[in-house]
Design a protein around this ligand. Sequence first.
Ligand code: B12
Ligand code: SF4
Length: 530
Amino acid sequence: MEVKTPMMENRILYVRLPCNPIFPIGVVYLSDHVHKQFPNIEQRILDLGTVPPLDYTSALDRSIDEFKPTLLVFSWRDIQIYAPVGGRGGNPLQNAFEFYYAKNPLLKLRGGFGGLRIFIAYYVELWQNQGLIKRGLKRAQKYNADARVVVGGGAVSVFYEQLGKSFPQGTIISVGEGETLLEKLLSGRDFRDERCYVVGETQPRKRLIHEQPTPIEKTACNYDYIESIWPEFNYYLQEQDFYIGVQTKRGCPHNCCYCVYTVVEGKQVRINPADEVVAEMRQLYNRGIRNFGFTDAQFIPARKFIDDAIELLQKIVDSGMTDIHWAAYIRADNLTPELCDLMAKTGMNYFEIGITSGSQELVRKMRMGYNLRTVLQNCRDLKAAGFNDLVSVNYSFNVIDERPETIRQTVAYHRELERIFGADKVEPAIFFIGLQPHTHLEEYAFKEGILKPGYDPMSLMPWTAKKLLWNPEPLGSFFGEVCLQAWQQNPNDFGREVMKILEEKLGCADLEAALSAPIETKEKQLAGVS
Ligand code: B12
Ligand code: SF4
């Protein structure tokens, strides 16, 4: 690999902003890439995900005082907490539903208080992270007057337009992967053609996030080096329940109406060479890691990538790492019996089927581009291959054109999955889609007058949050009541309880009805949104 000369004596401090401890693979890859390009640049990683909240500022100050960085790379992973289960501030979905839909005033009040707690925690976290960035820059400038800040990561990629106003002048705001941006910045080249903008100098280009990322050639991350620049690396090695991130590819070619991954990573799928992925896993394996999380937007994005997945899994088998487990986002329509065999053999022990609905008609309307019948067949193959672990099936009700008939179809589909894997092995995960900017669903919301252009997607004000939570009427209140009943009756098995109540109230369709979608030209179909 060509070694480049940086413009000046650079010292880079990567600060992963506070979030639940999840392996900070983004800053690890960035620093690895920079090291391969500029081996003489000094780097350091500070992961605030492993630091207790009261120590954030002192840990940041200490790192800056010791390291005296010229460039601060802040990585902000997540902001949005419309999670179906316990988020950082409790169960946001339950609180929101109690507040919006409960008939019992006491429950409504409880929801209101819970919501207020989440609301405060959310804004405190936003202010806190913005404060850490400002503080870091000021402190670094004490040592190097020209010190700069670059900010990126998942949260920034989604909310780059809104976040601009909260960062200091001159901050470079990056969307999506940051390797080439940093490379250009460090070699003093113009970086403004990368997916970024500079606060106070430029406005984000229109449709910036839709620009294609510059491809890079990924090689195995050098963990000996990472260990040398990250004093707290061991934190993630000690606990056996962490799934350490490994990326095997970038990009997703699909268009699912609510999804922004395909925009953040781009539609072009770029596969990391299997030998490099295995070499990276091997380094972690040798350090005692047995649980791996493939962090791809989709592990098997389309049928034409099945061979790549087979090659990778076969190489894992050949490497002798036989006692590992792994998890990933998987489109269950892109499986073959051979692939199923390898998935079971290599230790896939958690499997999410993100079908969203068990009604083929709705799956098509949400532009998800797959066939539910194929998914069932592939699940049978997976079971036959010996997969016997937990399957989480993601359902998001009420996204578009949901009706009692389509709910019955989802119930029928779910029951069939239970027949395949065993009822105790299939867990329905009930999500409500948190509407995200730059998605087709957002365009649809504009078209239907549900949201107005210029709305703030980061707002947690009750009237905006209700829309972003995406549970529109006429069925919104019905789902609200069903969920409240489920939390009351069986809070520890919420998903299964929701399915049970829906079946009691509406019944169960014929599986065949769920699997066949009539061709239709209804106006509401999302395909009509340009
Ligand atoms: C895989 C994944 C998961 C997996 C993680 C598995 C694992 N063991 O690591 C699981 C399922 C556990 C997960 C969970 C959650 N996730 Co998630 N996840 C992703 C996904 C698909 C990939 C993230 C990833 O690791 N990519 C690979 C690494 C290498 O990329 P990266 O970290 O993004 O870093 C690159 C760039 O961002 C950039 N970069 C990063 N930092 C910086 C800094 C600078 C200065 C620059 C220039 C560039 C830069 O360069 C890096 C290298 O290319 C993204 C969506 C996506 N496609 O990006 C969502 C995403 C990060 N998740 C998100 C969320 C919200 C969550 C949850 C909070 C969901 C929830 N409500 O419960 C949880 C919480 C996790 C936690 N903190 O506890 C959001 C965050 C944004 C937001 N909406 O707030 C994202 C963006 C999805 C989305 N569109 O909403 N997630
Ligand atoms: S397949 Fe998954 S990652 Fe790709 S667009 Fe659909 S939901 Fe997003």
